[in-house]
Design a protein around this ligand. Structure first.
Ligand SMILES: Cc1cc2nc3c(=O)[nH]c(=O)nc-3n(C[C@H](O)[C@H](O)[C@H](O)COP(=O)(O)OP(=O)(O)OC[C@H]3O[C@@H](n4cnc5c(N)ncnc54)[C@H](O)[C@@H]3O)c2cc1C
Ligand SMILES: NC(=O)c1ccc[n+]([C@@H]2O[C@H](COP(=O)([O-])OP(=O)(O)OC[C@H]3O[C@@H](n4cnc5c(N)ncnc54)[C@H](O)[C@@H]3O)[C@@H](O)[C@H]2O)c1
Length: 487
């Protein structure tokens, strides 16, 4: 039996990073909101993404700091890792954040929360269980799911994805990871530091979406820590031998083919297999076509105002197939709230969306890469400057001086893109986001006072390096001599 028809200002599908931000923002601004969630409140970021992965990485870093303490003259030896306790820590962090994203909190903000699967009935209506929702505006924030390609034998094997890996209670002896993107590298390093043997299989090169100079720093570190990187290999078959007796745990065997064209083949056997081969928009079951919303397998088609092909419906976050980050979903939420509630023509600005891979060292980038800048601004010959942490006193004090700041700018010093690879790069990228967003030139960044000794000084020095050739040129030296001669 159908329940009453709800007629809110806004109906939001999905209570993850994007949907929760829209619902909270709109409700606090006085709009009536219906929020529909079929799974856990908080979505991927809280339950199977950012929060558990960064919690696991924090535990892994603690283990590695103990392992490496000898360089300070502090000897602790190999740390004893209680894997189940590590996973309790991960669960505890999720549980600590859960109340912020809970149904109770959203109801206390005045939001009507329906714990149902939503689907479109027609261009004006969403159906959820017994409910029919006819809202003034709809926002689809249904997120994404792990992409699991068709590899012979994979479907019949007990593979892990981000949705299951954080439920492990026993440490994998040998974790094989398909994919060397952010998920593969972050989790690969975490498990390695916690004591697993780890092999990452990558068809291309690890962190291939990132600037090669920056990715190379992370790559070197992963190898130094004992992660086995197999770049240029593709898994072509999967076989599993079940756990068949004491001391003989389950085993997964991968058939591998080299992609260099030489036809090389190999096999790899491990205790666990993690699939980290990208993500796909979660479109299944939404019945978008019945609301005239066009989507491709990559995601719901939206314009730069996040409007779908149905003028009543916006889409934000991973479901659009755009950059898949929590801060992007939240940014999308603010763009939608401004339009839906204030009727302001807000737009997304992809040029100022930073991304960070939380390996150690971290890799952060914002704006155009060197290659993109050369392609787009070839007429203005972009310039590149770097400053390495080897020349940074704080990094030397901490004996972690790998990495650099890299900046791509116009010849007049306008920042087109910038990146940091090194400890805490995710914190250090923010001035560069501001520089691009507010068109702060390198000259201004070079004159900021940076506290000593901090890693931030590397950003100031990179900005300063841009003007150095002109500053220390023969022309300037002649000017100084002239002024000194004039008295
Ligand atoms: C391992 C991992 C680590 C990550 N780390 C980071 C990080 O460090 N930093 C970062 O910025 N990003 C990170 N991400 C990406 C980040 O998690 C996502 O970009 C973000 O969660 C997207 O938010 P969203 O609102 O679009 O989708 P989600 O958070 O996935 O929320 C979508 C919600 O919609 C619900 N839903 C779907 N269909 C329906 C339906 N028909 N009816 C009702 N409900 C529905 C789902 O159940 C889900 O709860 C990580 C991702 C992974 C997998
Ligand atoms: N720190 C963060 O912000 C963070 C962390 C994790 C995930 N995420 C988000 O989640 C998304 C998905 O991450 P991901 O790492 O799963 O995907 P990804 O698409 O970024 O990387 C997948 C990798 O798998 C490789 N690959 C593809 N097919 C292959 C095959 N058959 N064999 C071997 N390698 C193959 C690709 O070359 C690529 O390097 C990210 O793009 C990002 O948006 C963000």
């Amino acid at each position: 039996m159908r329940g009453p028809t709800l007629t809110p200002d806004l109906c939001v599908i999905g209570a993850g990073s994007g949907g929760l931000s829209v619902a909270a923002g709109a409700a606090r601004l006085g709009a009536s909101v219906v929020l529909i969630e079929k799974g856990e409140m908080g979505g991927d970021c809280l339950n199977a993404g950012c929060v558990p992965s960064k919690s696991l990485l924090a535990a892994a870093r603690a283990a590695q700091d103990i392992r490496e303490a000898g360089r300070f003259g502090v000897h602790a030896g190999e740390p004893a890792v209680d894997f189940a306790a590590v996973m309790d820590h991960v669960r505890g962090v999720i549980d600590g954040i859960t109340p912020m994203d809970s149904q109770a909190r959203f109801e206390s903000l005045g939001v009507t929360v329906l714990r149902e699967e939503a689907r479109f009935g027609d261009p004006h209506t969403v159906l959820a269980g017994a409910h029919r929702v006819r809202a003034r505006r709809f926002v689809v924030a249904a997120g994404s799911r792990p992409h699991v390609p068709t590899i012979p034998g994979l479907a019949d094997s007990p593979y892990l994805t981000n949705e299951t890996v954080f439920a492990l209670r026993e440490r994998p002896t040998h974790l094989m990871i398909l994919g060397g993107g952010p998920i593969g590298c972050e989790l690969g390093q975490a498990f390695r530091r916690l004591g697993s043997r780890v092999t990452i299989l990558e068809v291309d090169r690890v962190l291939g979406g990132d600037d090669p100079d920056m990715a190379a720093v992370v790559r070197t570190r992963l190898i130094a820590e004992g992660v086995d990187l197999r770049e240029g290999w593709r898994a072509t078959s999967v076989e599993t031998r079940p756990d068949d007796g004491p001391g003989r745990g389950a085993e997964t065997r991968l058939g591998l083919t080299a992609i260099d064209g030489a036809g090389g083949v190999d096999t790899l056997t491990g205790s666990h297999l993690l699939v980290a081969l990208g993500r796909r928009a979660a479109l299944k079951g939404l019945k978008l076509a019945s609301a005239d919303i066009i989507a491709t397998p990559q995601g719901i088609r939206v314009d730069d105002r996040l409007r779908t092909t149905n003028r009543r419906v916006f889409a934000i976050g991973d479901v659009t197939g755009g950059p898949m980050f929590t801060h992007m979903a939240s940014h999308g939420a603010s763009v939608v709230v401004r339009q839906a509630l204030f009727r302001l023509p807000a737009r997304v600005d992809l040029g100022v969306v930073p991304h960070v891979t939380y390996t150690d060292p971290e890799l952060a980038w914002v704006g155009l890469t060197e290659t993109q800048a050369l392609a787009r601004h070839h007429d203005r010959s972009p310039r590149v400057v770097r400053w390495t942490f080897a020349e940074n006193d704080r990094a030397r004090c901490e004996r972690r001086s790998e990495g650099m700041v890299k900046v791509v700018a116009t010849p007049r010093g306008r920042v087109l893109g910038a990146g940091v690879v090194g400890r805490d790069a995710g914190e250090l990228i923010q001035p560069w986001v501001m520089a691009i967003r507010h068109r702060i030139r390198l000259g201004a960044l070079a004159t900021m006072i940076a506290p000593y000794p901090t890693r931030t000084e590397a950003s100031k020095r990179a900005a300063g390096a841009f003007h150095e050739p002109a500053l220390f040129s023969e022309r300037t030296r002649r000017l100084v001599r002239l002024l000194s001669w004039l008295g």
